[in-house]
Unconditional design. Structure first.
Length: 341
């Protein structure tokens, strides 16, 4: 899957906000400090040293909290049998910080309460940093696991779909070879060659172009037409339209619905029909598929793995970007799919 990129207007909003904040602070600083007479110019060197001291203090505090998280938090607190070591270490760290503050105030008794308060604030930051950093780490690991799980499920689903389709296509060519001459068989083999190439190569990719997907579908429909007898009560209507705009789609996403229609909706002896319409416009795909539902297939139509697998692929790869409606009557099976590519 392609990584999600931030929208341009979000970056522009951040730039405007930061610029506004810096301008506001600069105006206040100029009005309160810098807009003075030449005899009372502010000590810019002292201000720079003061700001540098704050930066050094914050960096030191962050470094101490990060080292505590890496060397103590993850080593001891995350292990039940070693948690007492972690809290013992925090007590020693608090003692050390307090003594440093005591040295800074030259052990004056009137600064003891202030040093205790500062020590408590610093230790609160160190402890909170450990829990927050570990929460972010856990979240990153969960996202990685979800991505790995999604990729594994999609690979497994493709592995179920591809062989099923190839066996059906080979069976079609075998039946045709028994009743036609070599020229027709050669054409069917050429169609199958293109299908196999697409199935074995493109299906390994997370996405393929909509043009290749539609060409694959056309080859499949050509194979199916070749095996069907010419009868007035056997009707196969297909319409594939694409506006030419570049777009990508998950490979082999539409074929399970079409396979299902041929498997359960076409009979070589009874009246039957399939009506397929696929259109792609402004990277919006719409598919309408209606097939006859033969009496012998009413109880088992749509119960195979093909449509169930496709439902899962749509949910995984096109969450909140698709709408799938499947309905069934006594004599027809209808699939309507809308997909944002």
């Amino acid at each position: 899957m392609k990584p999600i990129r931030p929208k341009p207007y979000a970056a522009l909003l951040l730039i405007l906000t930061v610029s506004g904040l810096i301008t506001y602070w600069g105006r206040l600083l100029y009005a309160g400090v810098w807009r003075q007479t030449e005899e009372a110019m502010p000590d810019l060197g002292g201000l720079a040293r003061y700001l540098l001291g704050i930066i050094v203090l914050l960096a030191s505090l962050w470094g101490l909290a990060h080292l505590n998280y890496r060397l103590a938090f993850r080593r001891w607190l995350l292990r039940t049998e070693a948690r007492f070591y972690y809290w013992t270490w925090l007590c020693i760290l608090a003692w050390g910080l307090f003594e440093v503050l005591q040295i800074r105030t030259e052990h004056e008794p009137e600064f003891v309460d202030e040093n205790l308060l500062v020590t408590a604030v610093l230790m609160g930051f160190v402890i909170a940093y450990g829990y927050v950093a570990d929460a972010f780490r856990t979240r990153r690991e969960q996202i990685q696991l979800i991505q790995q799980k999604t990729e594994a499920e999609l690979t497994a689903l493709k592995a179920q779909i591809n062989p099923h389709f190839l066996f059906n296509a080979l069976n079609t060519i075998y039946n045709e070879a028994q009743r036609v001459d070599n020229e027709i068989v050669a054409d069917l083999i050429q169609q199958l060659s293109g299908i196999m190439r697409f199935t074995l190569q493109e299906s390994k990719k997370p996405l393929t172009s909509i043009e290749d997907e539609l060409q694959f579908l056309e080859k499949y429909l050509a194979l199916q037409r070749a095996r069907l007898p010419e009868r007035a009560d056997l009707r196969l209507t297909t319409e594939l339209d694409w506006d030419g705009q570049p777009a990508q789609i998950a490979p082999l996403l539409l074929i399970p619905f079409v396979e299902n229609a041929f498997q359960y909706g076409i009979s070589l002896v009874q009246p039957s029909y399939i009506e397929l319409a696929v259109s792609v416009e402004n990277r919006q795909l719409r598919m309408s598929l209606v097939n006859s539902l033969l009496p012998a297939n009413n109880a088992r139509s749509g119960t195979g793995t093909g449509i169930a697998n496709t439902r899962q692929r749509l949910a995984l790869m096109y969450a909140n970007r698709h709408e799938l409606r499947i309905s069934q009557t006594t004599d027809s099976f209808v699939v309507e799919l809308t997909l944002s590519l």
